[in-house]
Structures are given as C-alpha cells and as structure tokens.
Design a protein around this ligand. Sequence first.
Ligand code: SF4
Length: 393
Amino acid sequence: MTDSPLGLYIHVPFCTVKCAYCDFNSYAGIEDLQSEWETAALNELSLWTPRLSDREISTVFIGGGTPSLLPGSSVRRMLDCVRSALRLSPDAEITLEANPESVESSRLAIYRAAGVNRVSMGVQSLDASELVFLDRIHSAERAQQAFREIRAAGFDNVNLDLIYGLPGQSLSTWQSTLEQVLHWNGSGPDHISCYALTVEEGTPLAARVAAGHVVEADPDHVAEITDWTTEQLTQAGYEQYETSNYARDGLRCRHNLIYWRNQEYAAIGPGAHGFIDGIRFHIVRSPRMYIERLRQIGAAFSGIAGLPSPAIAEAERVGELENLIDMLTSGLRLMEGIDEAALPDIYQQIRPVLDWAVENGLALRRDGRISLTRRGHAVANEIFVRLLEPDQT
Ligand code: SF4
C-alpha cells in the first residue's frame, strides 16, 4: 500500500443561477436531475472499490456547482457509500463547497453528522454592485449570516473564496470586503482563497469583454491589490502557502495540496478530472449523458484504460515530460516550491528556464528546493509558458 495521500473529488453540477464569469461544469435549471445524479454517483463510487482496495482516501472534496443545494440526506448517503465502498482514513479532510444563499442550519447539521469537517463558501465580494456584476444572488448580509450559521453548526475549518481585480474595482472596495470578512464572528475564517478574476473563454463575461462592454482591470492595478492582500493577510496571521491561498494554524487545504503536489486523486461526477497511476482522465461533462452512462453498466464493461467508470470521456497516460511540466506548474504555485533533487533526469531539459527565473529574481533556490519569489508569482504564467518552450529561453 502506498503512503502517498489519495484524494477523492465528487462533482455536483447544480447551481441556482449560472454566473457570468464561471466556466465550471455547472448548470442552472436541472434540479430535477438531482436524484438521478445521486444514483449515478453512488454507482460510480462503488465501481472504484476493486481498483482502490489497497489505497486509503485522505481527502474528499464535494465540489461544484453548489453542493450546499444538496439535501443533508444526499450528502450522508454519498459519504456512507465512500466509507463502505472505499477505505476512508479516520482523519480524512472532508470538504463541502457552499454558496451563501443555499446555506441552511438544518442541512449543515446533517452534513456535519455525516462527516463533513470543512466548508468552503463562495462569498466573492461584499460590495452590492460587484455582486450584481458577478451574477451572485446573495447579499453581504446573507453571506455573513451564512458564515455565522456554519460556525454555529460546529465547523472549525472554514474557507471563504473571494474574487478581486474586477473591472473598475478600486483598492478601497476590495479592502472593505477583505477587512469585513476578517472580522466576521470576531476572528474571521480559517482559510481564505483570493483569486484575481480571469476572463475565461466561452463565458458570457468573455463575450461582454469582446464586445467592448466591459474593460478588464489593469494588470498593474491588480498586482497592487495582490501585494496589499498578501501583506494584510500575513499581518492578520494567515500563512500564504500558495499563490492565491492563505491558511491559519496549519489549516492548509489538504485536498488542494494533493493537486499542487501532483499526487493522485480519483474523481466522480460529470466533468470531474482525476489522476491515478499515471493516467489523467475526465468524466463526460453532460449531467444527462453521465446519468445515462451509469445506468447502462453491464457485466460486459471492462473499463477504460483500466479505470472502472463507464462515464469516463477520456483517459490518457501522461508522458514523462508532460508529467514533469505538470509537477512544476502546480508545485511552483506553492510557497514550499519543489525538491529539485527528487525530479526525474529529464528535468535537465527544462532546468535552463528555472536558471533564467533565478537569475532574473523570479525564483530562488534554498535548501535544495526551488520556489518562486513574490515577483515570480506575479508573472508565473510567463514562466510556465517558457517551460513549454525551453529552447526559447
Ligand atoms: S455559483 Fe459557483 S459554480 Fe455556480 S455558476 Fe456561480 S461560480 Fe459557477
């Protein structure tokens, strides 16, 4: 049995409203599929039993979409099935994503009794006009109340997601949002994720930008907000451990660390991505097709690339160079950086890019590890593009 942690991601595709900036695999208006989604997901989980019989699940992340729309009983059945079909570590981190408008005390109590021990809530902003711009349907008051309810239900590991760098956003509007959440319930959340808004292709927001109706924020202004945010959160006792993530008292997100450290995770639910035994795979995106594929499981089904789910759309063994680039692009997002000595020999092909980053003050080497400097984090994408074309450096 391997000691390396193994995560499990469960995708819940339901949302009340589809936000203009969102490119996640989530849908509004398909709540009628909830019970069939659950049946399919429970079936899919059981299919993983033989494949994962010698592995212990360290983290479960119920993400979406808006998992807090699920009835408590649905989450309970899901986690009971994880326990009976797979080997769940007794100290597993079990996260459920929530949105303020669907947080409900009675459901929270059931989630907690079912084993959920971490809640990650999408607050994004407390400014009324920004919330409208983002198509978010909660108010600042509702978000604060939801946080109170989460704490009252006994959750002592709570993340809040915030977005900055919105078109026209002033530093003071962002400061106001961040300073308020830091004082919610006296001491604020245990973990904060602060993401700079990115305009994702194919979203309504991208169409508005292309039509000239929305002008993206100036990158220098966004960089100024990023610097202020890091300083503010550090002073408030949060450790920045990843480009956009800050945690208190060692409460880093163990599940996301699995992604950033290029470790393994199984995945179920429409559109979910997984990585097992060197194979990256993703499940069909359409919730209806997902349900259909899992309805038709028959004895004749022998798996895709050795993986057990008939809902897998694609599965591919990752080549050595590709895996190394995945390792670098995700690992360099972490402040801990990467142990260079543990990298495979093929790293020598790419090493000149990181030598260039060190020479230019974008990365530093210390105690055998290489990590990005603050300036390096600000231009990480530029470094990552060079990793794909090392000859251009
Ligand atoms: S609530 Fe979250 S997952 Fe749902 S549409 Fe909005 S950003 Fe996307």
